[in-house]
Ligand binder design. Structure first.
Ligand code: MN
Length: 178
């Protein structure tokens, strides 16, 4: 299969998290990552699988009204394409290990989603998102990396600016990795 889209939306819901979404068979497979993705291979991040989302949602940035499901501000934090390492990603997800490559503006290179084992994960919703060791990993940089990128990949706005309907700020994204 060819390249599909991926998107990460930073979401200031009742608890801040990052929604990690991979296009697969016409939907966005989705995981909520409370602490955000880590580019340090030694720092594995809990990724709780949530319901599939429609492809259209992958371009949403704005504010969901309080009281509605997911109420809070949503930022397009990264986007690009992804490619599974194996040619049967549905089977890989069923088996509980999906290895893949990301080509985004902020996240790149090899990654893996691994379903956690054990009695506390009976429903199978708890996964770990793990960076592979490669040219795009940065040991020790997990927190620094997230603090560095605080603006929308799409509009250059901060979370507060999105919430306040501020205009786009494209100049801010010139510092991004190509
Ligand atoms: Mn969310």
């Amino acid at each position: 299969m060819g390249d599909n889209r991926f998107v990460i939306q930073k979401h200031a819901a009742s608890r801040l998290h990052y929604d990690f979404r991979l296009e697969l068979n016409g939907v966005l497979k989705s995981w909520a990552i409370p602490k955000g993705p880590s580019i340090d291979p030694d720092v594995k991040r809990l990724a709780v699988q949530v319901e599939d989302h429609p492809l259209e949602y992958g371009s949403f940035e704005g504010t969901i009204p309080e009281g509605e499901y997911g109420g809070g501000t949503v930022m397009l934090w990264d986007r690009g394409s992804w490619k599974p390492e194996e040619n049967d990603p549905v089977g890989s997800l069923t088996q509980g290990t999906l290895k893949f490559t990301l080509k985004g503006k902020r996240l790149r290179g090899g990654w893996a989603l691994v379903r956690m084992k054990g009695p506390r994960n009976e429903e199978g919703k708890s996964w770990l998102l793990i960076k592979e060791r490669d040219d795009d990993s940065q040991p020790g940089a997990a927190e620094r990396f997230l603090k560095k990128y605080t603006t929308s990949i799409s509009t250059g706005r901060t979370m507060d600016e999105i919430r306040d309907h501020a205009p786009k700020h494209p100049a801010r994204n010139r510092q991004e990795r190509a």
